[in-house]
Design a protein around this ligand. Sequence first.
Ligand SMILES: NC(=O)c1ccc[n+]([C@@H]2O[C@H](COP(=O)([O-])OP(=O)(O)OC[C@H]3O[C@@H](n4cnc5c(N)ncnc54)[C@H](OP(=O)(O)O)[C@@H]3O)[C@@H](O)[C@H]2O)c1
Length: 316
Amino acid sequence: MIESSDIRMTRISLNHGTGHIPALGFGTLIPDAALTISATKDALAAGFRHFDSAERYKNEREVGEALQAGLAASGLAREDIFVTTKLWNTNHRPERVEPACEASLERLRLDYLDLYLIHTPFAFQPGDDQDPRDQNGNVLYDRDVTLLDTWKAMESLVDHGKCRAIGLSDVSLDEVRPIYESARIKPAVVQVESHPYLPETELLEFCKQRGIVFLAFAPLGHGAKPGPLEDPVIAAIAARIGKTPAQVMLAWAVQRGTALLTTPRTAARAQENFNISALPQDALDEINQIQTRQRLNEVVKTGVPGFIPQSKGVGT
Ligand SMILES: NC(=O)c1ccc[n+]([C@@H]2O[C@H](COP(=O)([O-])OP(=O)(O)OC[C@H]3O[C@@H](n4cnc5c(N)ncnc54)[C@H](OP(=O)(O)O)[C@@H]3O)[C@@H](O)[C@H]2O)c1
């Protein structure tokens, strides 16, 4: 990890690829096209240099448009940002992997990805329908392809220069371990839900010991109410140090050695979520002692997208 006295600049080394991933990442899971464009530009202007997208979000074109315009407006180069996208479940068959990656690159207006992730370990029936179901509404899984088959096709993408690093998402230790052991190119990143109510400590330790970056999605608990953003321990720390609860949770995530993805939708929120500063050790200890547990997204269990409806319902 490249630590800095300014934790906003924290970057974490990748075990392959050409460099580092900025710890503070912006996620583009935003269903509205116009909002995707404005929020992505706002995030870049606020200082975010790490952008997470996915074929499944159906807005890679808007993300690509916003990044191209944002880079031009700010005088930044492609190499100044870190861009990730993800292979969807319907493209797990090895022969579908490179065409899916190329289609994402075209939509994002890029000629390489910094990181390409297998979105979930669940293979769905191949085809254009991202959510294939039988007449009873049950997901049609593809039993003829293994996660290792797909991983080997991902390794070829690195060989072919389509992406600099590859990784996994929505996985448990049971899935990461065998891929790590069999892989020619080890996973560089594992993206999973994580926040003070879901610290995933065992997976984090596994990743740290092997130089895999643990990338937390929903670090604010997806803004769910009730949820960790409203936790009294977080609120008390925020009041004590003159920061917002969101800033406290994002700083905690960076200081425990994870990268994160947050989704501010306005310029003010983007500035708030980027302008974090280091928490004192006693605050970190208090957050680590929170006992409440809450998983907000069940995708890890079935591969089917979606946050558990709280105050709102959204996709993966
Ligand atoms: N691998 C996967 O399967 C997977 C699944 C889910 C997400 N992801 C990725 O992770 C990213 C982040 O996930 P997420 O959207 O759940 O992140 P999040 O930042 O934990 O939650 C975003 C929600 O928090 C609220 N929020 C943002 N900043 C706030 C602040 N300063 N104060 C109070 N509330 C705030 C927003 O509310 P408003 O609605 O009011 O703006 C938004 O609804 C996604 O965009 C996506 O890239 C990946």
